[in-house]
Design a protein around this ligand. Structure first.
Ligand SMILES: [Zn+2]
Length: 512
């Protein structure tokens, strides 16, 4: 596969850097900060933090005067396959939206090159915005194979971002994933859905093992595997359990979208007679490696189970608003001690992959959920959600997420001599409420400079954008067929959605 657009393929040997006289937010356990200090990076690691550190020969000195050094942002939930669909769709509920995203009929796969290029495009946008670590949960339409996995992972390798990547591959027929849908669909449509490719759980587990062998820990541990069931109602119970066993065997995070929508709460009621959180608990797969994505329509019983399990929650506030899913009970989750990380989700449901806007939204939306303003999220709390908590949810907190000696040098250098920070009041509030990413001067991942002065150094962005436009011809042609399917299926899915809306529930996560 030609990689002419990716200079990062020829990785240079690690260099030693010395940030001098720089303001530092470490986000360590004591929330240590320094008004002016030196930070030495060597062999990819933060080697020393101190005053007037020696300028050894061969060290590259970076003057940090008037700048802030902070840990790189962690995008705790992302789907790279959505990247070509930014701003493509009107706002609509998840259950209709997914018809575009994961068409329920058999269709030809996109080329591995397209998988590769769209992953690279998302990675470049992330790096330029100060995201040094991403947890990607790519889904594959119509089915996954190693060439497509290679396409995604090699893109992250070239971009130079730290990436943990799952395989999101449901293995149930479309209408089995929803309440009421099987009854509402015409028989001919049901038969057509049955013909869509499905991989049995044991084949998927075999593929996971080959994937882990091939990619887990590559590039000094920068690329890692995680597992994903997509959502518990989308897979067979056997596969749900087998993924949990794999997660335990290799200590991998386990991605599960749970109670993102009201309809999913209804599904739990009518399909399992219990909440989907109670369902995964009863299946024995809710534990400290679980990353519960969304957790909006959870009740107090669910939260108790989650807190006891030690799981983390990935909160995606912009996606949740874009798809009208509801508002996650932030404080009820946080006060139980459950780790909350933040995600942009995907580019067809956020439309950017900008963690600054995700953090700002997370810091704002919960203010309208509780009249007690003492329980509203603080800027400092949200900053941790976007950094250290993301690392913890990915089981990487011993490696990254804060500036501490011995940790990976995953760093962002921000210009404080900018309109964003002038006049400078509370630096954390500036980062959450004012910064959009425009004041980033340098981004480093594992001690390697990947962005400098607004330019990504690992990928030729001009060539990349040109190739994206060329590939969009192939992609748009394929998408025209999906558009026709959606036109056919949307009225039936809307009936399902409306029936779920009429189904009474004891809780509400919508405003108004
Ligand atoms: Zn998601």
């Amino acid at each position: 596969m030609p990689l002419q657009a990716e200079r990062g393929a020829e990785s240079k040997p690690p260099v030693s850097y010395l940030f001098t006289n720089v303001r530092v937010l470490t986000l360590d356990a004591d929330d240590t900060e320094y008004a002016a200090i030196d930070v030495h990076v060597s062999d990819g690691i933060i080697a020393a933090i101190g005053t007037a550190l020696p300028r050894e020969s061969g060290v590259d000195v970076i003057d940090g005067t008037g700048k802030l050094l902070m840990p790189g942002l962690v995008n705790g939930h992302f789907h790279s396959p959505g990247t070509f669909n930014k701003a493509a769709f009107a706002s609509m509920p998840l259950e209709i939206f997914m018809l575009y995203e994961v068409p329920p009929f058999d269709c030809p796969p996109v080329s591995p090159r397209l998988d590769h290029v769209r992953t690279l495009l998302g990675a470049v946008e992330m790096l330029k915005g100060g995201i040094t670590t991403v947890h990607d949960d790519p889904f594959y339409v119509p089915a996954v194979g190693m060439s497509r996995i290679d396409a995604v992972l090699s893109a992250y390798r070239s971009a130079g971002i730290r990436a943990t990547v799952s395989i999101n591959m449901p293995n149930l027929v479309e209408y089995e994933k929803y309440p009421f849908l099987g009854d509402l669909l015409p028989e001919a449509v049901r038969r057509r859905m049955q013909q869509a490719a499905l991989l049995p759980g044991d084949e998927l587990i075999a593929l996971y093992r080959a994937y882990i062998e091939r990619w887990h820990g590559v590039d000094a541990g920068r690329l890692r595997a995680s597992v994903s069931c997509s959502a518990p109602q989308r897979v067979t119970p056997d596969y749900l359990g087998a993924l949990s066993d794999l997660s335990a065997e290799f200590d991998l995070p386990y991605n599960m979208h749970i109670l993102e929508t009201r309809l999913q709460r209804v599904l739990g009621d009518v399909r399992f007679g219990k909440s989907l959180i109670r369902y995964v608990h009863d299946q024995g797969v809710l534990d400290e490696r679980s990353v519960i994505i969304h957790a909006i329509w959870v009740d107090a019983d669910d939260l108790d189970l989650m807190a006891a399990s030690g799981c983390a929650v990935a909160h995606n506030p912009i996606c949740n608003l874009r798809l009208g899913s509801g508002v996650m009970p932030f404080r009820a989750i946080a006060e139980r001690g459950i780790t909350i990380c933040l995600g942009s989700d995907e580019l067809c449901s956020d439309d950017t992959v900008n963690m600054w806007s995700v953090m700002k939204q997370a810091a704002l939306v919960h203010n309208i959920a509780d009249p007690d303003y003492r329980r509203w999220p603080s800027a400092a709390e949200i900053l941790r959600c976007g950094t250290t908590n993301g690392a913890r949810a990915m089981r990487l907190d011993s490696l990254t997420g804060s500036i501490e000696v011995g940790k990976q040098a995953d760093l962002v250098l921000i210009d404080l001599d900018s309109l964003t920070f002038t006049p400078l009041n509370d630096v954390r509030r500036h980062l959450i409420f004012c910064e959009t990413g425009t004041d980033i001067r340098l981004v480093m991942v594992g001690g390697r400079i990947v962005v400098k002065d607004g330019q990504v150094l690992t990928v030729n962005e001009t060539d990349l954008k040109q190739e994206v436009r060329e590939l969009m011809v192939e992609y748009a042609a394929q998408f025209r067929e999906v558009d026709q399917w959606v036109a056919e299926l949307e009225p039936v899915y809307r009936q399902m959605y409306e029936r779920a809306v009429r189904h009474e529930l004891a809780l509400n996560r919508w405003i108004g």
